[in-house]
Design a protein around this ligand. Structure first.
Ligand SMILES: *Cc1c(COP(=O)(O)O)cnc(C)c1O
Length: 553
C-alpha cells in the first residue's frame, strides 16, 4: 500500500501532479468549454446509481475510480464561467486551491500548532489582516476559522450567552433567552438558536424597510418588551450584506439603541451585536479607495453603490463580532469561514480556559481546539484565505468586486433597453445581483403594478416568466444555452402582499465582464423570441435537474 503514500525518504511530488493530471484527463472529456454546466447524460436516480456502488475486496484501479468521478462530474457548474449565474458560489482561485491541496499531503491539524509547524500563523495573520481592514485593534481582537458562515453565527450567539452568564456553559441556560435578526436575515440566524438549545422561535425577526434594513423603532420596542418580560438578549445579529439584496444594516444606530437600553434597564450584561458579514465584508476593501479620482474607472452607478456599501460596512468596527466567508466573496475553495471578535477573551468559556495574550503566544502554546467548536480542524480554509489576501491585495479585491458591480450595472442597462425584460432591483439594492422578469410583450404591466391586477392576470404574468425559465433550462440540457440563471422568490412582495417568482443573475467570476454581458443580453433576447413562438404549447421535457417550482404565494 506504500504506493498510495508519499515516500518519506524519496518524496516524489510528480506522483501527486500526475494524479491531478490523470483526474483532469478524465473530467475534461465531459466538459464543454463554451457552457457553464458540464453536460450530463445521466438519467438514473440515486437509488439506481447506488445499486452499482459496492465496496470491493481488492480495491479498484485508480483510473477506473477517476473515470467514475469524472462521470459523476456531469452536471457540475463551472463557477469560473461567465454563464454561471446561480448563486453566491465563487470560482476558487488557482493559488488558494493549490496551497490547500498541497498542504493536505502533510495533514496539518489546526487543533494546535505543535505538529503543524508555523502554518497556523496563516490563521492568526488572516485574523490580523481582517481586524485591520475592519479598523479594530488586532492585538485585542481574536478569531479563528470554522466550518462555515452558519458556524460564525452559532459562535456569536454562544458568546452572547456567555455575556449573560459565564456559568451557562457549565450549568446550562437558566434564563428565558431571545436573539434578534431581521426578516431579511439568513435562515441560519434562527437555526443557530435551534442548535444552541435556545429554540429557533426565540430568534425574533424584525421587519425591514424597502432597502432591506432593519426597522430601528420596531427593534427598540421589541427589545424593550423582551427585557420588560425578564427575558435575556443573547445576540442581535445584523446583516452585513444579505445574500441577494446585499443589505447592510445601520450598525452604529443599533449599537446606540443597545447602549441606551443597557442603561435604561440597568442590565448587568451588554447584549452582543454580531454582524453577519460573510458576504459584505468584501466592501471593506474600498475604505481607502479614492472615489473622487476613481483610479480603477468604475462606472458612475457602480461607483456610487460601492461607496454606499463601503460606508455602511465600515461601521463594523462598532460591533462585537463579525463573520467572513472566503468561500463566498473571498474566492477560496470550501470551506473557509472566519469568526472575528473584537475582544479576544470572549472566544473562551472563562470557566474552562483563560486564554493567552497576543504577546505571549508562541510556538507550542497556540491550541485553538481548547475553545473552538471543532476538535480536529482543517487548515485548508486559513491557508486558502491567506493566499488570496496576500496575492490579490487590496486592489485585486477592488478589481474583482468593482468589476462585478460594473458588469451588473451594465447588464441592468442592456436588459432594460430591450424593453422585454424588467429589472426589479434597480432601486433597492446596492449589490451586484440582478433580479428581473421576462415580459410577454412591451406593453405588459410593470412588475411593480402587478399587485393591483386580478389574480389571473398576475398568474399569467408569472407563468410566462416561469415557463421562460423552464425553456432556458431545457436549452441548457440540450447544450444550446451557455448560461445558467436561477428562478428565485427574491425579496420583493407585490402590493397585494404576495410573492411571485423572478429571474436571478448572480455573477461571481471575474470572467463576467462587459463582453459577457453583451453576449448574455443578445442571447437571452434571441431565446425569448424563440420561446414566444412556442409559448402556447410549450411543455418542458428535458431538464438538467429538477426545476424549481412555480411561485405565487
Ligand atoms: C451563505 C450565508 C450564510 C451561511 O453561510 P455558510 O458558509 O453557507 O454556512 C449566512 N449568512 C449569509 C448572509 C449568507 O449569505
Amino acid at each position: 500500500m506504500k504506493e498510495y503514500f508519499l515516500d518519506p525518504f524519496k518524496p516524489n511530488f510528480s506522483n501527486f501532479i500526475e494524479q491531478l493530471m490523470q483526474l483532469n484527463d478524465n473530467v475534461k472529456q465531459y466538459i464543454r468549454n463554451d457552457v457553464a454546466r458540464v453536460p450530463s447524460s445521466i438519467e438514473e436516480n440515486y437509488a439506481t446509481l447506488l445499486s452499482k456502488e459496492e465496496l470491493s475486496e481488492q480495491g479498484e484501479d485508480l483510473d477506473a475510480i477517476y473515470s467514475k468521478l469524472a462521470y459523476y462530474s456531469q452536471g457540475l457548474i463551472r463557477w469560473n464561467h461567465p454563464g454561471a449565474l446561480i448563486n453566491v458560489n465563487p470560482p476558487a482561485s488557482i493559488p488558494s486551491t493549490a496551497v490547500s491541496s498541497y498542504f493536505s499531503l502533510f495533514s496539518p491539524n489546526g487543533a494546535q500548532d505543535m505538529s503543524t509547524g508555523y502554518l497556523l500563523t496563516t490563521e492568526l495573520a488572516v485574523v490580523k489582516m481582517l481586524s485591520q481592514l475592519a479598523d479594530i485593534d488586532y492585538k485585542q481582537s481574536g478569531g479563528y476559522f470554522t466550518f462555515g458562515g452558519k458556524s460564525t453565527n452559532i459562535h456569536a450567539i454562544k458568546h452572547g450567552l456567555q455575556r449573560i452568564s459565564k456559568d451557562y456553559g457549565t450549568n446550562g441556560i437558566r434564563d428565558d433567552v431571545v436573539t434578534f435578526s431581521s426578516t431579511q436575515g439568513h435562515p441560519c440566524h434562527a437555526e443557530a438558536c435551534n442548535w444552541l438549545g435556545i429554540g429557533d422561535k426565540n430568534c425574533i425577526r424584525i421587519s425591514t424597510n424597502k432597502m432591506g434594513e432593519i426597522n430601528l423603532e420596531e427593534l427598540e420596542n421589541s427589545m424593550s418588551a423582551a427585557l420588560e418580560q425578564g427575558k435575556k438578549v443573547a445576540c442581535i445579529t445584523l446583516n452585513g450584506g444579505t445574500t441577494i439584496q446585499m443589505t447592510i444594516d445601520p450598525i452604529k444606530k443599533v449599537v446606540d439603541i443597545r447602549d441606551r437600553l443597557v442603561k435604561k434597564y440597568e442590565l448587568e450584561y451588554i447584549p452582543r451585536i454580531h454582524i453577519d458579514s460573510v458576504i459584505g465584508w468584501v466592501w471593506l476593501f474600498f475604505k481607502n479607495y479614492d472615489f473622487a479620482t476613481n483610479p480603477l474607472n468604475f462606472s458612475g452607478k457602480a461607483l456610487q453603490k460601492l461607496q454606499r456599501q463601503m460606508k455602511r460596512i465600515s461601521e463594523i468596527r462598532y460591533a462585537d463580532s463579525f463573520g467572513v466567508d472566503f468561500h463566498k466573496t473571498g474566492f477560496a475553495p470550501y470551506l473557509s469561514s472566519v469568526y472575528i471578535t473584537k475582544d479576544k477573551s470572549e472566544l473562551f468559556d472563562q470557566n474552562h480556559y483563560k486564554g493567552i495574550s497576543y504577546d505571549e503566544l508562541e510556538y507550542g502554546n497556540y491550541s485553538p481546539f481548547q475553545y473552538t467548536l471543532e476538535l480536529s480542524r482543517p487548515l485548508n480554509g486559513a491557508l486558502a484565505a491567506y493566499v488570496n489576501l496576500k496575492s490579490f491585495g487590496i486592489q485585486g479585491f477592488q478589481k474583482i468586486i468593482g468589476g462585478l458591480m460594473d458588469a451588473s450595472e451594465y447588464l441592468k442597462d442592456l436588459l432594460t433597453d430591450t424593453k422585454r425584460f424588467e429589472i426589479i432591483n434597480n432601486e433597492d439594492s446596492d449589490g451586484f445581483v440582478t433580479l428581473f422578469v421576462a415580459k410577454e410583450d412591451m406593453n405588459s404591466p410593470s412588475f411593480f403594478d402587478l399587485g393591483e391586477l386580478q389574480a389571473d392576470a398576475i398568474e399569467q404574468f408569472g407563468q410566462y416568466n416561469y415557463k421562460f425559465y423552464l425553456f432556458l433550462l431545457e436549452k441548457q440540457k440540450k447544450g444550446e444555452c451557455w448560461f445558467s440563471i436561477d428562478y428565485s422568490t427574491g425579496y420583493h412582495r407585490l402590493s397585494n402582499g404576495k410573492k411571485l417568482g423572478v429571474l436571478k443573475a448572480y455573477p461571481m467570476t471575474p470572467y463576467f465582464d462587459k463582453q459577457a454581458v453583451e453576449k448574455l443580453t443578445e442571447d437571452i433576447v434571441r431565446f425569448q423570441q424563440e420561446f414566444d413562438k412556442v409559448k402556447e404549447t410549450f411543455v418542458v421535457k428535458e431538464v438538467p435537474h429538477k426545476p424549481r417550482p412555480f411561485v405565487y404565494r
